[in-house]
Write a protein that binds this ligand. Structure first.
Ligand code: FES
Ligand code: FE
Length: 419
């Protein structure tokens, strides 16, 4: 933050009205963007990939978050590790490819070599007395939870990750995503501030108007509604659906599939929400007809009808079905640009063309991502315009946006910004 912005930040935070979108500066200011990177992408746990990205020993994936470049790799013991992508000699970037497979990490500058544990094993012409053990790669805080890779770039990482891990492991264990494979991945740029991308994901108010593919498997009223706008027939029909959904959730829970709603917003360092939704038709997946897209189910699952186990954090959102998972997470690039990566996971044994058709597997979320990117760009154009002022959120359809914003503001205050 520069001096001027930091002087005004407490006032700006105080001007945030509950139940409303944020003042424009939160979506446009370079100084607040830097603050967001510091608070939300360095001092909090973020989703940075999936363990299936690096299935074999020596596999390396480079991820860039703000000014940090991080190597996610699998060592010779098949453990996932995370290191800063910075040579301990004169700081050169060790790896420049987004993905690679190596025996050792060799710096291209003066060929210092590190093993996959991050230990410096070779440093030519540095003298025998050099203590190599003091110059290993700097580790990055890492937790692999149910196939998701969480990292925290701060040495002082929030300690609630243990609690989060226990909650998520219970939900994700049946899918055994550590043994899944990446069937397809997509990286797109959204022309908007990262908070607009997240807010857009936290509501389905826009779904009916924008997502013809996704809404094929959604129960319309599940996305929220004003009860006064329903007629008696609609009200009775929805009551029946809710009773059936409640019974289905209870049945899943009895069989060990944790499905009940879990919410951690303001008051928690690590934001989390998860719930298993009943979806329409065959009830198996977000495909055009609601049926599973892959014949081989994830993990050792035998029942295709497990609905949509939904999960989101402050930089990610996910849908886990019996046959595949759709993992999305974002990285802010600038105040007005955000990178969104989406990965489709299937059982490692599934064969493309025989057990699944790639188009059928991906068509709903490829279309939805494209539509959402357009909406985020529209929102960014609007909030950057002189006519913008924070607008009211629907108490029926946008409660999660409100929770999301409340968590954001609370975290800023917790970190000493604002009263
Ligand atoms: Fe890496 Fe010199 S900077 S070996
Ligand atoms: Fe959407």
């Amino acid at each position: 933050m520069n001096a001027i912005e930091s002087r005004f930040l407490p006032d700006l935070i105080s001007s945030c009205r509950p139940g409303h979108t944020l003042p424009a500066a939160f979506y446009t200011s370079p100084e607040i963007f830097e603050l967001d990177l510091e608070v939300f992408f360095r001092r909090h746990w973020i989703v940075a990939g999936v363990t299936a990205d690096i299935p074999e020993p020596g596999d390396v994936r480079m991820v860039e978050i703000g000014r940090a470049s991080v190597l996610l790799l699998r060592d010779d013991d098949e453990e996932v590790r995370a290191f800063h992508n910075v040579c301990r000699h004169r700081g050169a970037r060790l790896v420049t490819e987004a993905r690679s497979s190596v025996g050792r990490l060799v710096c291209p500058y003066h060929q210092w070599s590190y093993d996959l544990n991050g230990d410096l094993v070779h440093a030519p012409h540095m003298g025998r007395q050099m203590d190599k053990s003091c110059h290993g790669l700097k580790p990055v805080n890492l937790r692999c939870i149910g196939g998701l890779i969480f990292i925290c770039l701060s040495e002082d990482a929030p300690s609630d990750i243990d609690e989060v891990a226990a909650l998520l492991e219970a939900r994700l264990a049946p899918f055994d995503l550590d043994t899944a494979k990446v069937a397809f991945e997509q990286t797109i740029l959204e022309e908007g501030n990262w908070k607009l991308s997240v807010d857009n994901n936290r509501e389905c108010y826009h779904c009916e108007g924008s997502h013809p593919e996704l809404t094929r498997t959604l129960v319309g009223l599940d996305i929220g509604f004003d009860p006064e706008e329903l007629n008696d027939e609609e009200r009775a029909g929805y009551a029946d659906h809710c009773a059936a959904a409640e019974a289905q959730v209870a049945a899943w829970e009895r069989r060990g599939f944790v499905s009940h709603r879990l919410e951690r917003y303001a008051g928690h360092a690590t934001m989390l929400r998860s719930e298993r939704f009943v979806i329409t038709g065959p009830g198996e997946a977000h495909t055009m007809d609601g049926a599973a897209a892959c014949r081989v189910l994830l993990g050792g699952l035998t029942d295709r009808k497990l609905g949509d186990l939904h999960l989101h954090t402050h930089n990610s959102w996910h849908h886990f079905f019996a046959d595949h998972a759709v993992i999305s997470y974002l990285t802010p690039l600038s105040p007005t640009r955000t990178e969104l990566r989406t990965v489709w996971l299937v059982n490692r044994a599934a064969r493309e063309g025989a057990d699944y058709d790639l188009e059928r597997l991906t068509e709903v979320w490829l279309a939805t991502n494209r539509q959402d990117a357009d909406l985020v760009a529209l929102a960014q154009q609007g909030v950057a315009s002189v006519g913008y002022e924070p607008g009211p959120l629907s108490a029926f359809c946008e409660t999660l946006v409100e929770q999301n914003i409340a968590w954001y503001v609370e975290r800023l205050r917790r970190h000493g910004y604002g009263q």
